[in-house]
Structure formats: structure tokens, C-alpha cells
Write a protein that binds this ligand. Structure first.
Ligand code: UDP
Length: 328
């Protein structure tokens, strides 16, 4: 199939593209490079464009005879979404609608969508299954949940079939060490810990040590970005085979605390990584662990890099090779 990957120059998108390049599918990346890096796109056709640009979208669908879409382009910072909801609703919803409308116009009926564990909000249940109540605590989470609802309506009215993937904590890097996480500013735990290990940061703080968890720090389900990428391919191929729309969690089902992550990272880098105890970060639930039984059963998804040490080793390879990210 000719597959359009929006946001294909981003952290997760670039790993999806790398995995797609190893299949028989043709890849067209559509990215505005606001956050993404062109160097992260290891092949396929690259179109620099914004989802706000309906004409360019239209031309791209026609020119490359697009048959399916993997949609990752979005703003994704929880804190920023609370300060600037307009930006999140505009980009993630209105611009996302431009994409869906282009799909309907060009009779493209298959989409894999990048959703998030943030749709659940504060849930006590461990692990989290897809049918639990959704009560997102951030505009970011809401924008993703609303888009899922819109896709359901587009399915009902226009026969658009979707697979929505609710990511837990995407982490790690491609085994080659050629692509990896490069956000500016960085807010995610594992890159921050490794930047501290490389001496690129003065301070590493543990955000809260009084949570009701085994050591007081927050527990998260870290999933390797290549395992995540594989799930997109399984999703798009299932839709190609005629599968009905579905929503899946993507996590390993194991939780690690912030302190455990720092300890495993210290082991990987071979020296102690110093951390200070800090205040809680607003909006952080104590524990988020996924049940991914549904995607394992339906799509035979089988993560290869589930172990936290492996995840951190791959991230370390990337950070050591590229301490300044994609900047030369
Ligand atoms: N965290 C931390 N120090 C940091 C960055 C993150 O203690 O410098 C914690 C954060 O509070 C959360 C966990 O690490 O409990 C994972 O955070 P991240 O931002 O990587 O992902 P999130 O769970 O927010 O999607």
C-alpha cells in the first residue's frame, strides 16, 4: 500500500517509518518539521507540510495515490495543553479533521491513529483495560479522546476504519542508534536521566516521593518505540485485511518507578546517576500500567524489547552517539 505517515519525522513517527521501510509498503512522510527532524526520516518520500494546508494535503493524496494513513502529527505536551488549549484543539482536532476529510474525499478508508494513555485520567485500576471510563485530566488527553470519537462517527457515516493505539510511556531508540528521542525542551524521564549521566544537565529531580507506590515515586509502563512501531504495521495490515475499527492499549504490563528507572539506568551507564528528591509535578497520576491483552490477542502483537534494561540500553546508544540530538 501507499501509506501516508503524518508526523513521520517525530520520535515515534521516525521509528514507524523505519519499520515500514522494511516492508513492501511505500511510505510518504508528511511533517511540518515544527518538532520533527528531517534527518530522522530514513527513507520514503518526504513532504514538508502542515495539516492546516488542505490544498497540499489534497495534492499529496492525489500525487502519491495514498491508500492508507498512519496519523501521528499532533502536539503532545500535557502542561502546554493546559496553558494553550486553543493550540491543541486547533492542531489535534481541526487539522486532524482536514486529514479525515481528505481521506473521505480520496476514498481512503484505513487509518492508524496515535492515541494516548492520557485519555484515561486518574484511574485506580491496575492494569488499565480499554473499556475503563475515560476522564482525561488534560486538554491533550481530551483532544485525543475527542478524535477517537470523531473517527467512530466517520466509520458509521463514511465507512472509515481505524485502529487507535493508546500509547503508555514510549521510550528507547532504534537498535542501530541512528534515530532516537530528541525533544527541545526535553521533558521525558529516560532521556533526562541519560543526559544527566552524560553531564549535559546539572540536575535530575524525582518528581514526588510520597505517592502510594512501593518506593513513593510514580510508576509507569515503559514500552520500546520499535515495539510500538510494529503495532502500527500490524494495525494497518489488519485494516487492509478487512478488520473492523478497534482501540488498543500499548504497554508492556510492567510498571517501574522513577527510582527504579534511575537505578537501571545507572547499571546501564556503569556509574551512579545522581538524583534529588523534588516536588510532585502537577497532573501526574501515581501509577499507569497497561493491559495490552487485546492487541496481543487480536493482532498477535508480541513486544521484542519489553525489558526495561534493554529499553534503556538502546536509548543510551542513541544518546552517546548523538549527545546533541540530530544537530551535528
Ligand atoms: N519524572 C521525574 N523527573 C523528570 C521527568 C519525569 O521524576 O525529570 C517522572 C514523571 O513525574 C513521571 C515519570 O517520570 O512520573 C515519567 O514521566 P515522563 O514525562 O517521561 O512521561 P509521562 O508519564 O508524563 O507520560
Amino acid at each position: 500500500m501507499n501509506i501516508l505517515v503524518t508526523g513521520g519525522a517525530g520520535y515515534i513517527g521516525s521509528h514507524v517509518v523505519k519499520e515500514l521501510l522494511e516492508t513492501d509498503h511505500q511510505v510518504v512522510v508528511y511533517d511540518n518539521l515544527q518538532k520533527g527532524h528531517k534527518e530522522a526520516v530514513l527513507g520514503g518520500v518526504f513532504v514538508e507540510g502542515d495539516l492546516a494546508d488542505r490544498e497540499l494535503l489534497d495534492r499529496t493524496f492525489s500525487k502519491y495515490d495514498i491508500e492508507a494513513v498512519i496519523h501521528l502529527a499532533a502536539d503532545s505536551l500535557v502542561g502546554e495543553s493546559m496553558e494553550n488549549p486553543a493550540k491543541y484543539y486547533r492542531n489535534n482536532l481541526v487539522n486532524g479533521l482536514n486529514l479525515l476529510d481528505a481521506m473521505v474525499k480520496h476514498n481512503v478508508k484505513k487509518i492508524v491513529f496515535s492515541s494516548t494513555a492520557a485519555v484515561y485520567g486518574d484511574v485506580e485500576e491496575v492494569p488499565i483495560t480499554e473499556d475503563l471510563p475515560k476522564d482525561p485530566t488534560s486538554v491533550y488527553g481530551k483532544s485525543k479522546l475527542f478524535f477517537e470519537e470523531i473517527m467512530k462517527d466517520y466509520d458509521q457515516a463514511y465507512g472509515l476504519k481505524f485502529v487507535s493505539l493508546r500509547y503508555f510511556n514510549a521510550s528507547g531508540a532504534d537498535e542501530s542508534g541512528k534515530i532516537g528521542e530528541d525533544h527541545n525542551p526535553e521533558s521525558h524521564l529516560i532521556p533526562i536521566v541519560l543526559q544527566k549521566a552524560l553531564g549535559l544537565r546539572d540536575k535530575l529531580a524525582i518528581f514526588g516521593t510520597d505517592y502510594p507506590t512501593r518506593d513513593g515515586s510514580c510508576v509507569r509502563d515503559y514500552i520500546h518505540v520499535t515495539d510500538l512501531a510494529q503495532a502500527h504495521i500490524l494495525g494497518i495490515e489488519a485494516l487492509e485485511a478487512g478488520k473492523e475499527s478497534e482501540i488498543y492499549n500499548l504497554g508492556n504490563g510492567d510498571g517501574y518507578s522513577v527510582k527504579e528507572v534511575i537505578n537501571v539506568a545507572s547499571e546501564v551507564v556503569g556509574k551512579e546517576i545522581e538524583a534529588v528528591e523534588g516536588d510532585r509535578r502537577a497532573g501526574d497520576p501515581a501509577t499507569l500500567i497497561a493491559s495490552s491483552d487485546r492487541i496481543r490477542e487480536d493482532l498477535a502483537w508480541n513486544p521484542q524489547y519489553g525489558d526495561l534494561k534493554t529499553i534503556i540500553e538502546t536509548a543510551w546508544k542513541w544518546h552517546m552517539n548523538h549527545p546533541a540530538g540530530f544537530k551535528k
